[in-house]
Design a protein around this ligand. Structure first.
Ligand code: DQQ
Length: 495
């Protein structure tokens, strides 16, 4: 194998990454050093810093030849770039170092656990592909792949499981059972996805435990990027099912992210599912991964891109793919709530507050504009009469805008980027059914140059989407059909 692949990638990203000006990137949302980024990987806290790795092709802005890119941060908001951590340079990962996770070993080393994809061309020209789970050890900067890789092979799975679709290990240490566990996505004999659980005493020798849950062809095909953790008295399983059928207003993105609440029985090693729901209602969200912070918060970062529209890129872009803002998770009444991590508040600059503003038709508010903002808008009916619709337009000028519209009659919130400047025929709008509140709704917008994340009613739902609107389109307007009263609190975000 080509032992120079990592050195080449490091050289390339150093040369070309430095040619991208800071203004060409989001202020806080993670982008690749250069080239293409997809899933968050190896989100962990190691030697006093948060580490985030990512699926990475430095050489162009399309998915190919997966490496692991690498960043570190002290606060989950401001990230420092490190050299690429892994390249597809071994026989067992020659077709890609796919997604995985990380933790600190008792001896102080940083362990990465990932999927190696091996491809071999047969004499008849057919390519055999196989996925196994592998590990690497490192010091937070340089990583060595374990000489006995792979550590888990598809032969260890129940009969009939796919050998090609078996990936994305998420590892953790379980204090109660005094062992490592890892969950992976698998495809069972019925052709649809499952989450399998493995255990190990030393993170090197693994045994299959159980299948925690499965699609049974109801919730999409392959299940990718699982994560599993207890939170607020509930056990939560996260999966990214491919090729889902939409249900009501949920799961319209084809490849979606879902959370399953339920009960983990650690003796039987089973998971009993109670509910399965969408994690995000926007156009661009997939393959999230979580981390338990040293102060006990469960924080999630997702890939802020629909895998299905990743080919619709603006011209001349030098990077493609962004991560969401890290989000703190909690569970209330069986539902997962997501809020931007509190560390973001340290980067709030100038504040504009407008209270009890009467809106009829359209208005703009002085100084309420910008493409790097943290803005909360509360909308309520004016007097006794319920408004018909309320629309907030962002990233707006005379040509472009992106609209978020609430219809209190149907309780539907709609995100629409039809006029945001995409030059391709890609999907432009999504809807979410929000909790009925008699015309009252609270929306927090995190807008960061190339994206908008809308947190509804303190994180009960989120709509996440990328926007490649020219940056000078920075107005914000408020429009009512009928009349409404709003409160606006807008901070500029600053580095
Ligand atoms: N992306 C990775 C896989 C994962 C998929 C490959 C999800 O490991 O299943 O880049 O986006």
């Amino acid at each position: 194998m080509n032992a120079d692949l990592l050195a080449q990638a490091r050289h390339y990203e150093k040369t070309y990454g430095s040619r991208i000006a800071p203004e060409e990137r989001p202020l806080f949302h993670v982008t690749p050093t250069v080239g293409w980024l997809n899933d968050p990987n190896g989100l962990s806290y190691y030697q006093g810093k948060y580490h985030l790795f990512y699926q990475y092709n430095p050489y162009n802005t399309h998915w190919a030849s997966m490496h692991w890119g690498h960043l570190v941060s002290e606060d989950l908001i401001r990230w420092e770039r490190l050299p690429a951590a892994m390249a597809p340079d071994k026989p067992y990962d020659n077709a890609g170092v796919f997604s995985g996770s990380a933790l600190t070993l008792p001896d102080g080393r940083h362990l990465l656990m990932y999927t190696g994809v091996e491809e071999q061309k047969r004499d008849d020209g057919f390519i055999d592909s196989r996925q196994t789970q592998c590990i690497a050890f490192g010091d937070g900067l340089n990583y060595q792949k374990y000489e006995r890789n792979p550590v888990i092979t598809p032969e260890m799975l129940p009969e009939g499981s796919s050998t090609e679709d078996f990936r994305d290990p998420k590892i953790w240490w379980d204090e109660a059972d005094r062992c490592f566990y890892a969950v992976m996505g698998s495809r069972t004999a019925d052709g649809s996805g499952a989450v399998v659980l493995f255990r190990s005493g030393d993170a090197l020798r693994w045994e299959y435990c159980s299948t925690l849950d499965r699609s049974r062809n109801q919730y999409g095909k392959m299940w990718e990027c699982p994560d599993f953790f207890p939170l607020d008295g509930t056990d939560v399983l996260i999966v990214s099912p491919m090729e889902m059928l939409a249900e009501g207003l949920e799961f319209h993105n084809g490849n979606n992210a879902a959370y399953l609440t339920g009960r983990w029985d650690r003796h039987a090693r089973t998971f009993e599912r109670l509910e399965l729901r969408a994690l995000d209602y926007g156009l661009d969200f997939y393959a999230p991964q979580t981390l338990l912070t040293p102060d006990g918060r469960r924080v999630l970062i997702g890939w802020m891109q629909s895998p299905e529209t990743g080919h619709s890129q603006p011209h001349d872009i030098k990077w493609f793919g962004q991560m969401t803002i890290p989000r703190e998770l909690s569970v209330r009444s069986g539902r997962l709530l997501q809020r931007p991590v509190r560390e973001l508040e340290r980067y709030r600059g100038e504040l504009v507050i407008c209270r009890n503003v009467y809106v009829r038709e359209r208005l703009c508010l002085p100084q309420v504009s910008g493409r790097c903002v943290d803005m909360t808008v509360r909308v309520r009916p004016a007097g006794g009469a319920l408004y018909q619709k309320f629309t907030i337009k962002i990233a707006k000028d005379t040509e472009f805008y992106t609209a978020v519209t609430y219809d209190p009659g149907s309780s539907v919130l709609r995100f629409d980027r039809s006029h945001s400047g995409f030059r391709h025929n890609i999907v432009a709008s999504r809807k979410a059914l929000v909790r009925y509140q008699e015309g009252e709704i609270k929306l927090r917008f995190i807008i960061d140059r190339f994206s908008a994340e809308v947190f509804v009613n303190d994180g009960e739902q989120v709509m996440t989407s990328t926007l490649y609107t020219p940056q000078n389109a920075d107005s914000i307007s408020f429009e009512a059909e009928g009349s409404a009263i709003i409160d606006v609190e807008k901070y500029n975000l600053e580095r």
